[in-house]
Design a protein around this ligand. Structure first.
Ligand SMILES: C[S@@+](CC[C@H](N)C(=O)[O-])C[C@H]1O[C@@H](n2cnc3c(N)ncnc32)[C@H](O)[C@@H]1O
Length: 260
């Protein structure tokens, strides 16, 4: 964390965009978004993007994926300001709305959206059961919840290595197991629940990311964060690689459908 109150202040946003691409505060770029959405037709649909961040994906949902209306929800002011600028630059203000919200139920009516999308944001929301119930509430019948997120492979206490990583990353108590996600989705009423472990993919990608942080691009990253905070990030990546290699840190895609 770089600021007393914010996980994603302007410097942090600049750093993550330098690493992951303009408008992206999570790894994988447009290709990873395409994998989360594979087989879903968004044309003309109403989508809510939970944890819309700097807005790169939110814009792609309306632009590349031709959604009719996209509502990006996020809790932090700097990312919302960033995303709103990006939406205006893309000429998409008619179809993309960025709303700064407080944590808790979505400020959306029942059965008002076709797809609940989220990329690597639900990790910040500790109560997965409440989140799944609220996603179910706002979806229309037949609608999909399609997301990726950062998970821990098991329930119970994290290993010392995982605890060290979680503390370093400042992820609090938000990480949950695949079985907790499956249970939360089923308890909410979702069907066709699929979870896909992305650990094998991210394990390799994270190694490349660390090589970039310590390699020839180091100066560019230092310019966004300063030497001390960049070293903190490098320490975080080193701690993360240990638990990616052990499989305990296991990003997942998940998908579930609200029945008709
Ligand atoms: C890792 S970033 C991902 C942003 C974006 N989805 C992306 O992939 O580029 C996580 C985002 O979740 C937001 N967030 C944290 N708690 C949240 C909550 N309770 N509701 C909605 N968004 C939240 C953060 O402010 C941050 O922008």
């Amino acid at each position: 964390m770089l600021d007393d109150d914010l996980n994603y202040d302007d410097r942090h946003i600049a750093f993550l965009e330098a690493l992951w691409g303009e408008g992206f505060l999570s790894p994988g770029g447009p290709e990873e978004v395409a994998r989360i959405l594979a087989g879903l037709d968004l044309t003309g649909k109403t989508i809510v993007d939970v944890g819309s961040g700097a807005g790169g994906i939110t814009i792609a949902l309306a632009g590349q994926y031709q959604a009719g209306k996209v509502i990006g929800l996020d809790v932090e002011e700097p990312v919302c300001a960033h995303a709103r600028r990006r939406v205006a630059d893309a000429g998409l203000t008619e179809r993309v709305e960025i709303r700064q919200v407080t944590p808790g139920p979505f400020p959306l009516p029942d059965a008002s959206v076709d797809i609940v999308f989220s990329k690597d944001s639900i990790v910040h929301i500790p109560d997965k059961h409440a989140l799944a119930q609220d996603a179910f509430r706002v979806l229309r019948s037949g609608g999909w919840f399609a997301a990726s997120d950062w998970l821990i492979s098991h329930d119970g206490d994290p290993s010392p290595e995982m605890a060290a990583y979680i503390a370093q990353e400042d992820l609090g108590f938000g990480m949950a197991s695949p079985s907790r996600y499956r249970d939360a989705l089923a308890a909410a009423g979702f069907v066709d629940i699929q979870l896909t472990n992305r650990n094998p993919w991210y394990r390799d990608v994270a190694k490349e990311e660390l090589a970039r942080l310590v390699g020839p691009e180091r100066q560019k990253f230092e310019a966004t964060l300063g030497a001390e905070d960049l070293q903190g990030m490098i320490n975080t990546w080193e701690a993360m690689l240990v638990v990616l290699d052990s499989g305990e840190h296991c990003p997942h895609h998940f998908r579930a459908r609200k029945p008709h």
